[in-house]
Design a binder for this molecule. Structure first.
Ligand SMILES: Cc1cc2nc3c(=O)[nH]c(=O)nc-3n(C[C@H](O)[C@H](O)[C@H](O)COP(=O)(O)OP(=O)(O)OC[C@H]3O[C@@H](n4cnc5c(N)ncnc54)[C@H](O)[C@@H]3O)c2cc1C
Length: 390
């Protein structure tokens, strides 16, 4: 077992760190939040110019033939720099990786280089108002009209739909089949006639969308994977989504900034209670564990190993830690930790983190759903027997 990064990976880390130092304006997040955004087109273009969008894809598809571990390094460094990756996760991890996994050769050749060049960004449309955790209950209907599908229905919480050029949508192509069958995946151009978006502003401050599809025409060649048997592909995309939602870099940075703040308090003669240092040490230990679990998931992806349980574990652990770290920041800062604006200590980090951290409990599947997945698929535990009907 070689439990360390290769010299090449260490060099890549330094390259990304340098890029962030040179290109990330420290106020970028505040600027974006004032517009309810997380995506900065200028920064995204620069990331594309470096070839880091889809870096793990083969060169023929616009990638650099790098690894998922490299992408995890990129994420960690961007998180640490508080640099927004914007539509990166939606475009590369959810949709691009899904195209790699079950797209046709034509879809790969068309979409992947364009995603890699940053020319198009993507969104993922699974959740519906009555189909969240129970996503297979989705009702958005795609009717076969010969050489195209006609799609009608409603999606909700579609992140980045208002910025995306193309969306990967789960639709019901055969309502007569049992629930987990009759579902298919379509790549839909977001400027297609019949698509309307309504903004929803999250507690974290960024925009997601209600996506209404009204008799939208989708050419047959936009079917991804097997018609009517798309549920297994949805599970693949959900696994990819979970693996991409472990914000370890931001946690490491928050702990470093908090430690510095606590040291400054002590130096100024204001004692930080021992209990805060103890909680800090405990959280620092757990963040390191989350970091290595996230890298293990990336390594498993590179090795072609099934990572469904591990990606859920990494997501559960980092989501819990986000909340616990946010709580500690606010406890250390006191009520000042809930202040926003110029005068806020730690540059408003406490308040912002507090508002944004809960997203990680929900996005990509709630904590309860992840725990169910770990128990059933990861540990092979039996489902709780249903009580007998009387
Ligand atoms: C900010 C944000 C961005 C999002 N982005 C996207 C996106 O880009 N694309 C997309 O398709 N979706 C997206 N989602 C949707 C997200 O995946 C769903 O919100 C999530 O899966 C939960 O669905 P729900 O909100 O309908 O909650 P529900 O399914 O109604 O769940 C409500 C509660 O019941 C619990 N629960 C439900 N079923 C079970 C069960 N079987 N066992 C135990 N507990 C259960 C849940 O854990 C939760 O606590 C986003 C959500 C948010 C908040």
């Amino acid at each position: 077992m070689e439990f360390r990064f290769t010299p090449e990976q260490e060099r890549f880390r330094q390259e990304v760190r340098q890029f962030c130092r040179e290109n990330v304006d420290p106020d970028i997040r505040k600027r974006l939040e004032s517009r309810h955004e997380e995506h900065d087109p200028t920064l995204y273009k620069k990331i594309a110019e470096r070839g880091w969008i889809g870096m793990q894809w083969p060169v023929e598809y616009g990638g650099q033939g790098r690894s998922h571990v490299d992408m995890a390094i990129f994420y960690e460094e961007f998180g640490y720099a508080r640099a927004p990756t914007g539509r990166y996760t939606g475009s590369v991890v959810f949709v691009g990786e899904s195209i790699i996994a079950y797209g046709t050769p034509e879809q790969k050749a068309y979409f992947l280089p364009r995603i890699a060049r940053g020319e198009i960004t993507c969104c993922w449309g699974l959740t519906e108002p009555d189909a969240g955790s129970d996503a297979a209950a989705l009702r958005t209907r795609a009717v076969d009209k010969g050489d195209y599908y006609e799609v009608t229905g409603q999606k909700i919480f579609t992140s980045g739909a208002h910025l995306a050029d193309v969306g990967l949508f789960a639709v019901r192509t055969d309502p007569t089949r049992p629930k987990y069958h009759g579902i298919s995946l379509l790549l839909i151009d977001m400027d297609s006639p019949g698509i309307t978006l309504q903004p929803l502003i999250t507690l974290g401050g960024w925009r997601v969308n209600v996506t209404i599809l009204d008799h939208v025409r989708v050419p047959k060649n936009r079917l991804m994977g097997e018609e009517n048997e798309g549920w297994k592909h949805v599970l693949t995309t959900l696994g990819l989504e979970r693996a991409g939602l472990a914000p370890v870099g931001l946690l490491l940075r928050t702990l470093d900034d908090l430690a510095e703040y606590m040291r400054q308090q002590e130096a100024a003669g204001r004692r930080v209670p021992q209990a805060h240092w103890d909680r800090f040490a405990e959280l620092a230990t757990q963040v390191q564990a989350a970091r290595w679990l996230s890298y293990r998931v990336a390594w498993m992806q590179d090795s072609g190993l099934p990572d469904f349980a591990e990606s859920s574990m990494a997501k559960v652990l980092t989501a819990e830690l986000q909340v616990r770290v946010a709580n500690l920041v606010v406890d250390v800062l006191g009520l000042d930790g809930l202040v926003r604006g110029e005068a806020a200590p730690l540059d408003g980090l406490g308040e912002q983190l507090y508002r944004s951290c809960l997203f990680h409990h929900i996005g990509g599947g709630t904590m309860e759903i992840q725990l169910n997945a770990i128990a059933l698929q990861g540990l092979g535990l039996p489902r709780e027997p249903r009580p007998a009907r009387t």
